[in-house]
Design a protein. Structure first.
Length: 358
């Protein structure tokens, strides 16, 4: 369990750090944490941090794997998608948070929220090959549908002085191609399936950005202080996790109006849509559940119990992958039966967040 965040003497705690959510911890307050000094005789046989320390430091170059960004371990955990075994632990930047892949799976981009940069992982080599400097405290990261660009939400500190930008990385050169203005403290990000629109959750609402011009088309203030965002494959709907309201908003992409607010579990954190668009999945961090919603009727189908503090999620093929922050596991759920088929321990205090399959 993470200790409560306390402001240094003489400093006022920013709003984002002073909330009452149990186990909440800001990337701003985190430092590199390995606790190796607690194990002077080595970490073999220990759950923390032995699992990460004992894994190979170069990733596999063939096969399909799940990649999980470890916020506190400062690693990228690589899990075999078929066996659910941890096969590598790659050193990353400080506090890696978000992760996305190019469509061909050859590159992964990881936002390092404590280093204000993005690591580029070449899956054909099994290692990080470069970094790209972006804005302060980047969190959400997403690739354009064609893979030409990667978008990075530069969250910055909350309150006065916070950032309002998204960095655009050209994946051909791995250099910054543009910096766009958004709402305050942008956090999570997803493009529409046609690649023309970018949806960014911000402290003051959902920013709808034109990817051709970089201009903001609309700001949906009713979605202020939301977290995860996911687009439906048909391009007509976007789903937004309203963390403080315990709901999932269904946004019409043409009218920019909220069509429904679906009650889910406590503190919905991230959302993912099934590849066929029939279901949307929501991690509910404060009741250790995954809510499964029928997208045709906007109704909850079932609630799946997972490990402690589920946050990151991705749905690929017939598997839903869920990162549990405090339990430090990756749980695999069969998309047909909605039963957990495996759970991979990553080592306590790895605190996995973003997930990608490549």
């Amino acid at each position: 369990m993470a200790p409560p965040t306390v402001a240094p003497r003489g400093r006022r705690l920013p709003e984002a750090l002073s909330g009452t959510r149990p186990y909440a911890k800001s990337r701003i307050a985190e430092n590199e944490t390995t606790h190796k000094k607690d194990f002077p005789h080595g970490t073999a046989g220990t759950n923390f941090p032995g699992i990460q320390d004992n894994a190979p430091k170069t990733g596999p170059t063939t096969g399909t794997h799940l990649y999980a960004a470890g916020i506190v371990s400062n690693t990228i955990s690589v899990v075999d998608a078929a066996t659910h075994k941890l096969v590598a632990s790659l050193d990353a930047g400080i506090n890696p948070f978000g992760i996305t892949r190019t469509p061909d799976g050859r590159k992964l981009y990881i936002s390092n929220s404590g280093a204000s940069n993005v690591s580029v992982l070449d899956t054909t080599l099994g290692r990080i090959v470069s970094t790209v400097t972006v804005g302060l405290y980047p969190h959400g990261v997403a690739a354009s549908p064609g893979g030409r660009y990667v978008y990075v939400a530069n969250t910055g500190p909350d309150g006065p002085g916070g950032l309002r930008t998204v960095s655009v990385i050209d994946t051909g050169t791995d250099k910054i191609a543009a910096t766009w203005q958004t709402g305050a403290a942008p956090r999570c990000i997803t493009p529409g399936p046609d690649g023309r629109t970018l949806y960014v959750t911000c402290a003051d609402g959902l920013s709808v950005v034109d990817t051709g011009s970089g201009d903001t088309r609309a700001t949906l203030t009713g979605q202020a202080r939301s977290n995860g965002v996911a687009a439906h494959p048909d391009g007509r709907r976007v789903y937004v996790a309203n963390t403080a309201q315990n709901t999932l908003s269904v946004i019409d992409t043409h009218s920019h109006r909220t069509g429904a607010r679906i009650p889910v579990g406590r503190s919905p954190w991230q959302a993912a849509v099934s590849p066929d668009g029939s279901q949307v999945y929501v991690t509910c961090a404060n009741d250790d559940t995954l809510t499964v919603i029928d997208t045709g009727r906007n109704r909850v189908l079932v609630t799946v119990r997972v490990h402690h503090i589920p946050t990151g999620i991705t749905a690929v093929g017939d598997t839903i992958w869920v990162a549990t922050n405090t339990s430090s596991t990756v749980d695999a759920i069969d998309a047909k039966t909605l039963q957990i088929t495996g759970s991979t321990p990553l080592g306590l205090a790895t605190e996995p967040s973003g997930l990608a399959v490549a």
